[in-house]
Each structure stands twice: as C-alpha cells, then as structure tokens.
Write a protein that binds this ligand. Structure first.
Ligand code: FES
Length: 349
C-alpha cells in the first residue's frame, strides 16, 4: 500500500514566471522516513475538482538539509502544477509519499568529477546531486550544461550562479538558451557540439567518473549518443526522463479480448477481469485497489510489480534493465496483459 504523510508547506519561492520551489517541513518523527539519496523524488497526492491526482517531483535540496525542497514547473491548466504555482500557500498541508527513485548519486570519500546535462525542470534532481558532489570531497568537480529558452525561464538560476561563486574552480555551469541570445550563455539547444564543447574543449583535462542526464527524451537520447560516440561506457551514463511521449495509443501487440487478472498487494489477493487493451495499473485503480503509483508515464518506477503467471508487454520502458525484465518485473502503468490470465505481485519487488 502506498503510505502518504501530511507535510506542511514551509516556504514557496518563485523561480521563474511559471515555476516555484516548494519547501516542506519534515517533523522530527518523520526524519527517518523522509531520508533520501540525491536525485530521488517524492510523490504528492491532492484532490482537485473531485479527482485524486498524484504527481512526482524531484527533490532539489541537499540530503543534509533539514527540510525537503522540490521544484514545480507549471505544465498544465487546472492540474496540480497549476495549483502549486497559483494557489498553494505557506502553511498548507500536502499528502506526501516518502522519497524513492533510482536516479541517484551516492557520494564516496574518493575524489569524483561529475558531468551533468539538464533541460528545463530537469535541473531539479541535478541541484541536489551537484550540492552532494561538491560537499562530499573538497576536490570534487561538477560540470553542468543547462538548456532553457532564456535566462528568464531558467529555474534555480540564482542558486546556480551562487554555487559558481561558492565553489570557484569546482562548479562550472554552461547555460544554453534556445530563444534569446544572452550574455555568458551559449545559443541554441543542447546538441552534440554543446556536449563536446563542455567535455572536450573546456574540460578536456578532466576525467569524469559519471554522467547525469535529466530532461526530455530527445535531449537524453542525443547526449547519450554523443557520450557513447566518445567511448564513455554505458554504465556511467545515468538518466531520468522528465517528459515522455504519449503512450496510450501505442499498442505493442495484438490486444483483443479479456484477461483474468490476479493482484497480490499487502498479502491480499484481488481478482478482476480486464480488457487486454487496458493498462494493468488503470484496471487495478478502477477497482479501488490501493496499488503504488506516481507518474503514470513510465518514468518514475513506483508501480513496479512482478509477473507470477501469464505475460504482459510494456508499451514503454526506460527504467527496468533487461535482467529485471527477465526476472519478471513490469511497470504496471505501461503493461498490457497478453495472456488470458495474468498474476502480478506488488509485494515481491
Ligand atoms: S507510475 Fe511511474 S513508472 Fe509507473
């Protein structure tokens, strides 16, 4: 079962005309529950216009901070991000799931150089990772390439400039703006040339331990391809998608007919019949079964379950490894049954 905890909004800071940083107080008794690793996210639950919404937001604060700060960019009208940008107030209470996510940086006592590429709100987990890297060892260096439309649209701009001042010769940021030509910024989107400029020109003498990518799929694919072309091993490239293409229309296989679905959750078994054309998570939620989920877009990994009988195919998967899929894991928000019966277990993950 997904556990939510009531947390109070401590402060709200406007970052750009369409984004805010929201800081939540963590009471003493929940410090352990809300301990996190840099790069993770929390899920917020809110009822708006009679409909329960869940949204995942990456944490921008350092794991050492007393509170948790998230960045919320307005991406919808009438949805949660709109609400957070226009109506949310200090003192409001939000239902919050403890931190989770696999896009993480674990500090070590060894000297480490990290490169990151972010676009738009993809900067949010990178903020937490950068602070952690810089804090972990006085010799660590962090190079960031950050793409936006303009400085005005750049989330955490002043915090990034401050990091540059606080960590001279250790933190380097290259802003790249696609709509306005501005001082000290590259012009255009993050592309092969931008990646090579940062890594092979400005920092050609630095050996990087790991690479962190966060933003839209196109940017992630392009940067990944460029890094691979530069002989960077795949296991050093970590990424998190911040937007994903619409998946509901893309069916992977013939999905006619129905499936008898068994769901194991919190040691209980539930039975239901669902159309194969439906996504497993959607069918489970329609039955009011309290399965864990967050983004419903295949990017967060909250909804993982293990297939115990039958088969299901995922429309999209950018999270699970081939080994995990072979072990029977699926993202239920992305999976259609392909057999007349299917049993999924949310407990065995
Ligand atoms: S709910 Fe986020 S991946 Fe399925």
């Amino acid at each position: 079962m997904a556990d939510f905890y009531a947390l109070t909004v401590k402060s709200i800071k406007k970052l750009t005309p369409s984004s805010v940083a929201v800081t939540l107080s963590i009471p003493k008794e929940l410090i352990q529950t809300f301990t996190f690793t840099a790069g993770q996210y929390i899920t917020l639950k809110k009822e708006l216009k009679g409909k329960e919404l869940r949204r995942a937001y990456s944490i921008s604060s350092s794991p050492k901070a007393a509170d948790i700060t998230i960045g919320i960019k307005k991406v919808d009208r009438g949805g949660f991000s709109d609400y957070a940008n226009t109506k949310l107030q200090v003192g409001d209470v939000l239902d919050v799931m403890p931190p989770e996510g696999r896009f993480v940086f674990k500090p070590s006592s060894q000297e480490q150089n990290i490169a990151a590429f972010a676009a738009g709100s993809g900067i949010t987990p990178i903020m937490s990772i950068a602070k952690t890297v810089l804090d972990a060892n006085p010799k660590n260096r962090f190079v960031l390439v950050y793409g936006n439309k303009s400085y005005e649209e750049t989330m955490f701009y002043t915090d990034l400039v401050k990091l540059e001042l606080d960590y001279t010769n250790r933190f380097f940021v290259y802003f790249t703006n696609s709509q306005t030509r501005e001082e000290k910024a590259l012009f255009g989107r993050i592309d092969t040339a931008t990646v090579n400029y940062a890594l092979k020109n400005k920092h050609k003498d630095l050996a990087f331990n790991d690479y962190y990518l966060c933003g839209p799929e196109k940017m992630i694919n392009l940067v990944t391809d460029t890094l691979l072309d530069n002989d960077i091993p795949k296991d050093k490239i970590h990424f998190e998608l911040f937007t994903t293409t619409e998946i509901k229309d893309e069916m992977p296989v013939a999905v006619d007919g129905q499936t008898n679905l068994t769901v194991v959750l919190d040691d209980e078994e539930f039975q239901l019949t669902m159309d194969k054309s439906k996504l497993v998570l959607d069918a489970v939620l329609e039955e009011n079964i309290d399965a864990p989920y967050s983004c419903q877009g295949g990017v967060c990994s909250s909804c993982i379950a293990r297939v115990k009988e039958g088969n299901a195919e995922m429309v999209k998967n950018q999270i699970l490894t081939d080994g995990e899929i072979a072990d029977g894991f699926i993202l239920t928000c992305q999976a259609h049954p392909t057999t007349p019966t299917l049993k999924v277990d949310y407990d065995d993950v």
